[in-house]
Design a protein around this ligand. Structure first.
Ligand code: ADP
Ligand code: ZN
Length: 748
């Protein structure tokens, strides 16, 4: 039996230390066990990373004990962690951090009542500045909650900010915070009433897909062959969710558990509700659903974790990080909307939950289903190459027809559409018709604010953020200019700051402006806007959707918040105000993203009995992304996209590793980037392409200059090996930061 354990210590910046294992623990300790140790002169909690018979570390101390009832990662989860650390070039400790839920890294709060504080209204940068000046502690509290993004116990928050109750009470009085008393480990979801759902009869397409999945699930009960992952390509409204539900039912029957990933819990309430209503009410001994929501407190998350680990809940639904849910005896992993970028984590470890899902499925020996109406180019190529098995649902579930998509050429609409808040005559007419018929309309524009920039008509000066290379967006409601990246805010100038001309004007269209225009054109219509500016309160998203469902809203205007998963039968018109946003961005996935977004948004129309209509406004009507979306032609889109990727050796023909070098000093950053590129080029084998160091498309953000060096190779492992062997991080100038991103999505 091993005598020593290497412990990764919590809250210690990833320190690993060796401890000896007292006799009494030897038989119980394993890799992944949670233990208590002395670190200098304080007690600390850590995770066992390795067990050994020998240790050469000096001054070894014994472990103090094991944390009772705490998680231990299963051997396959440990293997997954190792794979992630290796593949994503991430420190092992950073991987452990995402795998263990927050509360398991801290102290226990048992089932007593605690006061929980949450952000009720998000302060604007301007307000925050003011508060910080007047009452620094209050400022700190707000900032802390804003950045942590989750509710937390009052005492914990006060401790973290070394503040006292009075600062918090002032913030509650001012309407920023909300305090509620909750059982420490309660589930917010318990109070809601869930109705059992009607189970539809499968159509023939669904039937054959479900047959194949059932077979894959059953085979595993007898043989140890793991099927290749499935790619379920089903058009919007084809009934993919029903296919997931049937597969889950089969898995539960066989006594196993299931994991479902969705892009964003908050934005997919309907999907989550469908899972819960099918499985969560079915009485004694049924498989309960654990929803891993980002709005859970640490204590709540911990309880969900324990329910999953104990098997009380056998279905976990959650966003990206739910891929690490501690389910035992996994029978299936489903990744809904597998093409969504939210599956990619944009901080270390920069993993892609879809790819981790495929790996977890392989390690745990369970089927993986990736579903989408618009599969990522990577996944579809894997399917065509036989690495994934392709399943298709080419028709809408209830035999509704796909909506008719009309493209309106904004160039021909000329000044008129521009001066009228982006509404072309055909779109206006279509809205009028819907209002007359009592049907509903969704208007989509992927840009919040009133206008996109302030532009001087005389000298061409544009108001820019002092910290980022971005123009400032006008927000009319509180009359300020804001940077959508760093939050910088300023008063709009009356005269051009450059040439003093009074003719400085706002240009471009944001959702606020669309709302204003619609209000003018259709004074009696009931309008709601849904974007990051209006959805600042907890529950506001659900409120608006509830009203929309109850048909108390005629026209819903929104950003990508309304692009996903909404299923409202009375919506017969979807208008896309400007399809070009993002199309010309310097990112090789720009065309793919545009196609996906248009297809998904268009898919919100005509889900009921009446046929739907979609109007796409664009300045580039001939763009292949727009044309293929218009004809519901995924195959055509893929053909053209894949030949473009091949010609430029872009993924999926190569794996890519993006190095980002950033710092406050332009010279230091540029030099460091050049040195890194040179060093890599010198040591790279011929199979790896190393780019020159170049300023990132977004040259400056949050006050830092940004440079990129990108590597391409057919083998992802070779890229990791190269950067590890080159030891890049060791001689960076002070103040310069290097990050590495394998299979990057954020290329700006
Ligand atoms: P997707 O997830 O592919 O976009 P959904 O699963 O949301 O599609 O299904 C679209 C709509 O069709 C839903 O309202 C769903 O209840 C309904 N539906 C699904 N399968 C069937 C079926 N076999 N018969 C009738 N209606 C169905
Ligand atoms: Zn900025």
């Amino acid at each position: 039996m091993p005598s020593f354990a290497r412990i990764l210590i919590d809250r210690s910046e990833g320190r690993e230390l060796d401890y000896s294992i007292p006799q009494e623990w030897k038989s119980r300790i394993s890799i992944g066990s949670r233990v208590i140790v002395m670190l200098r002169n304080r007690r600390a909690v850590g995770t066992v990373l390795e067990l050994a018979d020998h240790s050469v570390a000096p001054g070894i101390r014994p472990l103090l004990g094991m944390v009772e009832g705490e998680t231990t990662l299963t051997p396959s989860m440990m293997r997954l962690a190792e794979w992630m650390a290796d593949y994503y070039c991430a420190p092992f400790a950073s991987v452990m951090r995402v795998m263990l839920p927050p509360m398991l890294r801290g102290e226990k709060i048992a089932g007593r009542k605690v006061r929980i504080v949450r952000l009720f209204k998000i302060p604007s940068e301007g307000e925050l500045l003011l508060i910080r000046k007047k009452a620094p502690k209050q400022g700190m509290i707000l900032e802390f909650l804003k950045s942590s993004g989750t509710p937390m116990p009052v005492l914990e928050l006060l401790g973290q900010c070394s503040a006292n109750d009075s600062s918090m009470k002032a913030l509650v009085a001012a309407g920023y915070l909300e305090i509620s008393e909750e059982r420490a480990a309660s589930r917010s979801s318990d109070d809601e009433e869930i109705l059992p759902s009607r189970i539809p009869k499968l159509n023939p397409d669904q039937e054959s897909v479900v047959q194949i999945l059932h077979k894959a699930i059953s085979i595993l009960e007898t043989e140890a062959v793991v099927p290749v992952p499935f790619l379920l390509h089903g058009v919007t409204g084809s009934g993919k969710t029903e296919v997931y539900l049937r597969s889950l039912a089969r898995v539960l029957e066989s006594g196993k558990s299931a994991l479902v990933l969705v892009p964003e819990i908050a934005l997919t309430p309907q999907t989550v509700e469908r899972f819960r209503s099918r499985f969560d009410h079915a009485g004694e001994g049924s498989a309960r659903v654990a929803v891993l929501h980002s709005n859970l407190t640490d204590a709540e998350r911990r309880e969900e974790w324990i329910r999953l680990q104990s098997g009380e809940a056998r279905i976990a639904i959650g966003a990206r990080s739910a891929i690490f849910a501690p389910l035992k005896n996994l029978g299936i992993i489903i990744v809904d909307e597998e093409h969504e970028n939210t599956y990619k984590q944009e901080e270390t470890p920069r993993y892609h939950a879809r790819d981790v899902a495929v790996m977890r499925g392989r390690l745990e020996g369970c089927p993986v289903v990736l579903g989408s109406a618009t599969p990522s180019v990577e996944s579809y190529r894997n399917a065509l190459a036989g690495k994934y098995s392709l399943l298709e649902l080419p028709r809408r579930a209830d035999n509704q027809i796909m909506p008719l998509i009309r493209v309106v050429d904004l160039r021909l609409q000329g000044k008129r559409a521009k001066s009228e808040g982006g509404l072309s005559a055909p779109l206006q007419m279509a809205i009028t018709k819907r209002l007359e018929l009592g049907q509903q309309t969704i208007l989509f524009l992927n840009r919040r604010g009133f206008s996109t920039s302030m532009l001087c008509q005389q000298c061409g000066h544009v108001c820019r953020c002092p910290n980022c290379s971005l123009s400032l967006t006008l927000h009319r409601a509180d009359n300020r200019l804001a940077c959508h990246l760093c939050g910088h805010s300023a008063k709009p100038p009356v005269r051009c700051p450059e040439c003093r001309d009074p003719g400085i004007q706002h240009a471009g269209i944001g959702t606020q402006r669309v709302e204003e225009t619609i209000g003018k054109f259709f004074p009696t219509a009931r309008i709601a806007r849904m974007d990051a500016d209006t959805m600042t309160r907890r529950g506001s998203y659900g409120d608006v959707l509830g009203k929309f469902r109850a048909r108390q809203i005629d026209i819903l205007i929104g950003t990508q918040m309304i692009a996903k998963g909404l299923d409202f039968p009375n919506v017969t018109l979807v208008g896309i105000i400007n399809a070009d946003i993002g199309l010309h961005s310097p990112d090789f996935r720009a065309g793919e993203r545009t196609f996906q977004l248009l297809t998904q948004v268009a898919g919100r129309a005509g889900r009921g009995e009446t046929e739907g209509e979609v109007i796409v406004q664009t300045f580039s009507p001939a763009s292949p992304s727009i044309q293929h979306a218009r004809h519901h032609d995924y195959a055509g889109f893929y053909e053209q996209e894949i030949s473009f990727r091949k010609a430029f050796r872009h993924p999926p023909f190569t794996r890519m590793l993006l190095l980002q070098i950033r710092g406050v000093s332009l010279d230091d950053t540029a030099q460091a980037a050049a040195a890194i590129a040179k060093k890599l080029a010198a040591s790279a084998p011929p199979s790896i392409e190393v780019s020159e160091a170049a300023p990132a498309p977004l040259e400056r953000a949050h006050g830092q200059y940004r440079y990129h060096v990108s590597l391409k190779s057919v083998s992802g492992a070779a890229l990791g090996r190269l950067v590890r062997d080159t030891g890049l991080a060791s001689h960076l100038p002070k103040g310069v930061i290097l990050t590495m991103d394998i299979d990057p999505y954020a290329l700006l």
